[in-house]
Design a protein around this ligand. Structure first.
Ligand code: SF4
Length: 342
């Protein structure tokens, strides 16, 4: 039995979700193959003479989902069983006329049970992987000859470097009103052997740095910090703008080489009363000061044009963008809303 994984490469070529599913399948004796979507006719030619147990598509945002649609149609027309999963469908967005036979709206790690035993709960319920420690490490062998070109706003000179994705937790303990993470099923879950995981991945794939893609890096959790043991390696991650000084110093010592964090609004009242960010101006200024002192590049994220946000509040966001510096990224609400990202 063999499955084909497909995704449309927008920003990321090394896809953690596909690498993990590939490993889970292989552990159960299911062969896996990868096709990075490019041209529909080329894809159809690739499928000619083959028959997979399933052709599995993965989408992260609306744009790569839309790009996948003609490929899904073509695979379906050729008689393949077409499955869809990934971050975008997990958001619960409407997918009118989706060509996939089945759509996974939760964690997809029980795919082998569907393929081998016909257990289709992952397409019927919003399933979660309750214990991250029961999952294997991702298998990036499928990506062996694929060049890496992940964009990191603060590391223009590193676009040719191998930045390997890794996740040490799922979920977030904060509850910002605008954030899609709140709508995902399941609580905050942690992997217990981060140091062992990273050492193993580093020996296997020799990355230049890790991209630890957790919603928010759980540096505040003592168990997580202890699980690093004495491992050090360059990495980038998402933090909160109120990361305590001593924990930021600890992260630097472990290899933190760049980070991003959400400011959202420059107006403290709007940020906390409406967006429930739980983040003061004072904490932001303290974090930025320490990031500069530790020479860690940072990308503050902002949002503007939000419902109920006044011109004065938007102006405060622009002012804060100037004040905090770094490599700021600003999202416009009217662009985020239709794509289901807020
Ligand atoms: S915006 Fe960040 S801190 Fe807030 S809930 Fe989402 S992931 Fe957590």
């Amino acid at each position: 039995m063999k499955v084909l994984f497909c995704f449309y490469p927008l920003f990321v070529h090394y896809n953690h979700g596909v690498a993990l599913l590939s490993q889970l399948c292989r552990q159960r004796g299911i062969e896996t193959e990868l096709y990075m979507l490019d041209d529909v006719d080329k894809f159809a030619a690739f499928l000619t003479g083959k028959q997979y147990a399933a052709v599995c598509f993965s989408a992260v945002i609306e744009r790569d989902y839309t790009n996948c649609v003609p490929f899904m149609r073509r695979a379906r027309a050729r008689g393949e069983l077409v499955l869809l999963g990934g971050v975008y469908p997990r958001r619960g967005v409407a997918l009118p006329n989706c060509p996939a036979h089945l759509v996974c709206r939760g964690d997809g790690e029980s795919l082998p049970d569907f393929l081998l035993l016909g257990d289709d709960r992952l397409f019927q319920e919003q399933m979660i992987a309750p214990d991250l420690n029961a999952l294997p490490l991702p298998d990036y062998e499928l990506f062996k000859n694929i060049p890496f070109d992940r964009e990191l706003p603060f590391m223009a000179e590193r676009h040719d470097k191998k930045v390997l994705p890794y996740y040490s937790s799922r979920g977030c303990r904060s509850a910002c009103t605008f954030c899609e993470v709140r709508n995902q099923n399941g609580t905050y879950r942690l992997r217990r052997n981060v140091g062992t995981d990273l050492r193993c991945l580093s020996q296997r794939y020799q990355p230049d740095l890790f991209m630890i893609g957790d919603e928010t890096l759980p540096y505040y959790d003592k168990r997580w910090r202890e699980s690093w043991g004495n491992f050090h390696h360059p990495f980038v991650a998402y933090l909160r703008g109120d990361c305590p000084v001593e924990q930021l110093a600890w992260l630097k010592e472990r290899g933190l080489s760049g980070c991003a964090f959400g400011v959202e609004s420059g107006d403290e009242t709007y940020r906390n009363d409406v967006l429930k960010k739980g983040l003061t101006d004072e904490e932001l200024l303290r974090t930025v000061e320490q990031l500069n002192r530790l020479d860690i590049p940072y990308a503050p994220f902002y949002m503007t044009g939000l419902p109920g946000e006044s011109m004065r509040q938007q102006a405060a966001t622009h002012k804060m963008r100037e004040q905090l510096g770094g490599f700021p990224v600003t999202f416009q609400y009217e662009n985020l809303k239709p794509s289901g990202r807020i």
